[in-house]
Ligand binder design. Structure first.
Ligand SMILES: Cc1ncc(COP(=O)(O)O)c(C=O)c1O
Length: 418
């Protein structure tokens, strides 16, 4: 992404040209940024048996999942639908980890039949998995499981993304480790991995290291481990925050884990499940201004997308930088940018307390706005609310712009209805 002659460019295409070619609104991803983020994380955590499991909930476009595969990532999934997509993208069963929650018996059956390694997050699920695995044949591969520990070390940018602690539905609370081991023995399951994911959008090194040490304290109780999985959570700056110091973090992670392996008496594999870190900064949501509407308090800029396409602002009060891709260098004015959904909360410039004026280069009807850092939890959380179609997605590879998801049609909106 670069600015040329007052306009926003992706490779040889300016934002306006992309919209002419592919329609509006449009998700645009830069392949080079994704590849670069993967390499950065791998190089910084310079540990021999490191495996990155891309948390595909961040972005489930098959083209993006294929990039992860090409770069040597495995894949972290949270539903059978995601497993299905991962298999379609070309991942082998042994490259997939399933970390669902509130998993049904049918889902367990489906996963066991495909020999997918399951990360189990409650004693109830552990017993049901064990029973179902025995019922349908208990192959050597599906006797191996991972368990998700609620290590009480939760962190994250919003309450809704903190995934550890007593208020949290995920994982088996660390006080029940004896019960985990007893249940696993009862069903002849071998616990080869322990896991936690403490939350999302973490930007400081200390929080990460603290939580790692907490999980490792419990890891020693499991005697047959092949790996420890510390989940995702690597943050990216959305609003000019200080970047996560990945060089320092990587170096310290390696130190902490190597020390642990010596104590454990075996070189274990080290897993992480980054989602946001790999794709957030690669993605932009382009939309067009169609309406300018004043009240005595605000100038509302109306665009042709809404929280149905990018829900993070409404859901978490998250900040996404917005720039005028048609007119970048003009006088800055203060605006409220609103979507086209029939809800007064459909606003892209607000925080958890309410509307927030945003300075953007002078906007007129027809201008293209770019909503930045939208590659993670953007399209993958999008919906058809208000019967609005999902946008198309385009992948920029140097000079090339490739359509990787077509825009929905009105027929698509109705196709499941009987
Ligand atoms: C189990 C698990 N792993 C990994 C992730 C990815 O988190 P992030 O995108 O913050 O890296 C999530 C996100 O919710 C998760 O629940």
């Amino acid at each position: 992404m670069e600015i040329k002659k007052n306009k926003l460019y992706f490779g040889k295409y300016c934002a306006e040209d992309l919209l002419k070619k592919f329609g509006c609104p449009l998700y645009v991803y830069e392949e080079e940024i994704i590849r670069c983020q993967i390499k950065k994380l791998k190089n910084c955590i310079n540990y021999n048996s490191l495996k990155l499991y891309y948390a595909c909930k961040a972005n489930t476009n098959l083209a993006i999942m294929k990039i992860m595969l090409e770069e040597g990532c495995c894949i972290d999934t949270v539903s059978c639908g995601e497993v299905y997509a991962a298999l379609k993208a070309g991942f082998k069963a042994e490259q997939i980890l399933y970390t669902g929650n509130n998993v049904t018996d049918d889902e367990f059956r489906w996963l066991i039949e495909r020999e997918i390694l399951v990360n189990i997050g409650s004693l109830s699920e552990l017993a049901r998995y064990g029973r179902i695995n025995q019922e349908i044949g208990s192959k050597a591969k599906t006797n191996k499981i991972c368990v998700r520990i609620n290590s009480d070390a939760g962190a994250g940018f919003h309450d809704h993304v903190i995934t550890s602690g007593v208020d949290c539905k995920f994982g088996i609370y660390y006080k029940y480790i004896d019960e985990i081991i007893a249940k696993a023995n009862q069903y002849k399951l071998k616990i080869i991995g322990i896991h936690h994911h403490i939350g999302s959008g973490i930007l400081d090194v200390e929080t990460f290291l603290y939580s790692m040490n907490v999980l490792l304290k419990y890891a020693v109780k499991f005697k047959e481990l092949e790996f420890v999985d510390f989940g995702g959570g690597f943050g990216v700056p959305y609003n000019h925050e200080k970047k996560l110091n990945i060089d320092v973090l990587g170096m310290k992670i390696k130190q902490v884990f190597e020390k642990f392996c010596v104590k454990y008496g075996k070189e274990l594999s080290l897993f992480f499940e980054p989602g946001r870190y790999l794709v957030a900064e690669a993605g932009v949501l382009l939309c067009r201004v169609n309406t300018l509407n004043k009240t005595p308090k605000y100038e509302f800029v109306g665009v042709d997308t809404g929280f149905n396409h990018l829900v993070r602002v409404v859901m978490y009060g998250s900040y996404h930088e917005i720039i005028n891709a048609s007119n970048l260098d003009d006088t800055k004015k203060k605006y409220i940018v609103g979507g086209n959904i029939c809800e007064s909360g459909d606003i892209f410039t607000m925080d958890s307390k309410g509307l927030k004026l945003r300075e953007i280069s002078n906007i007129k009807e027809g201008d293209v706005l770019a909503i930045l850092t939208a590659g993670a939890y953007g399209m993958s959380m999008a919906s058809n609310y208000n019967m609005r179609v999902l946008p198309a997605e385009v992948l920029i590879n140097r000079e090339d712009a490739k359509l990787i998801r077509r825009r929905q049609s009105f027929d698509d909106l109705l196709k499941e209805q009987i």
